[in-house]
Design a protein around this ligand. Structure first.
Ligand code: 8YV
Length: 331
């Protein structure tokens, strides 16, 4: 008799090819509407599923995990960051957690570079001029941005995405500086011509551009706190494609309003999808560029993420250790 296929519940709409393959391999329950599930719908799913495939928009906290049924053995996150899941609570209940690292590195680094350019060279403001019918012709002193070549970029978090950003930024003539929990190997430092700063405070005080590229964990919550943001120079810009919670968003907003820093490019927010009206107002003032969490949003990236999820589920269900298992020690 054929082995019973595991019940895999997917919380959001995934690319068609991914869903088709999942349906071939598993007893898969899809979310055709793509409407995010409520906490009570998630609890119902956890009660019956063998595997849950959530995304960043699902909060799988300890309370929810406590309601999981006996059959739930794997939470295979469709995403790299696992700050939406209480990994420790899951492991305590014998539930394995996996993620999708590596496949969104280049796309996220591209978007970070795009934000650095957008804020420095006023791309969003400029692109609105012609459709707005406001262009009266070239002027030597109009729409001036800031040159990025020769400036200093401080990368907070020199993991895969930080390093991919460093490679791009070096090609644009930026000098590379970084702060990381652990200093990277001399070989990596050398290949990126990157300068390590043990003190984040000291690095912030000397950078022209600061990019946040670390994961959101209890240790990085408000890493760029009100106190730390004060170290930034008035000409500095801040870019965040990691997680909103890493920056004290209210403090950042206040400093932008007061002209204590020059600009910001944000793809992520502290209370997504809510964005503070004060930040939105700063878009109109030409000080910030805001994107709706698009860092990894490419067709290729989403398919690759789906493939990673499938490999993790399949490997686990075949009785092996899934390649992208997440352990609390990694957080
Ligand atoms: C994903 C992300 O789109 O993978 C991550 O950590 O932040 C995003 O780029 C999202 O998490 C999908 O769940």
């Amino acid at each position: 008799m054929a082995k019973k296929k595991p019940l895999v519940i997917v919380t959001r709409k995934l690319p068609d090819v991914v869903e088709t393959r999942m349906c071939e391999l598993f007893d898969t329950r899809l979310n055709e509407t793509d409407k995010p599930m409520t906490q009570s719908e998630l609890a119902d799913a956890l009660r019956v599923a063998d595997v849950l495939v959530p995304t960043v928009t699902d909060r799988i906290d300890a309370g929810l995990i406590a309601q999981a049924g006996e059959s739930l053995r794997l939470i295979a996150n469709f995403g790299n960051g696992v700050d939406n899941i209480d990994v420790t609570a899951a492991l305590r209940r014998g539930i394995t957690v996996t993620n999708t690292p590596g496949v969104l590195t280049e796309d996220t680094a591209d978007m970070t570079m795009a934000l650095i350019l957008a804020v420095s060279r006023r791309l969003v403001e400029g692109a609105a001029v012609i459709p707005g019918g406001e262009w009266e012709g070239w002027s030597p002193t109009w729409m001036l941005g800031r040159r990025i070549t020769g400036k200093r970029l401080g990368i907070v978090g020199m993991g895969r995405i930080g390093q991919a950003l460093a490679r791009r930024a070096a090609a644009f003539g930026l000098s590379i500086h970084y702060h990381n929990r652990r200093r990277v190997s001399p070989a990596i430092e050398e290949s990126l011509s990157a300068t390590y700063w043990e003190s984040l405070d000291q690095m912030l005080a000397r950078m022209d551009i600061v990019s946040v590229n670390c994961p959101h964990t209890p240790a990085t919550y408000h890493l760029l706190s009100a106190r730390r943001l004060k170290y930034l120079r008035p000409t500095a810009i801040v870019v965040n494609t990691a997680r909103g919670e890493i920056i004290d968003e209210n403090a950042l907003t206040r400093m932008l309003e007061a002209g204590e820093i020059s600009g910001a490019g944000l793809d992520v927010f502290e209370h997504e999808p809510a964005v503070s009206p004060k930040l939105v107002k700063l878009v109109r003032a030409g000080k910030v560029t805001l994107l709706p969490h698009m860092g990894s949003a490419t067709v290729e990236g989403r398919i690759d993420m789906g493939e990673k999820v499938i490999i993790n589920v399949k490997t686990f269900m075949d009785g092996h250790r899934p390649p992208d298992r997440v352990l609390p020690s990694m957080l």
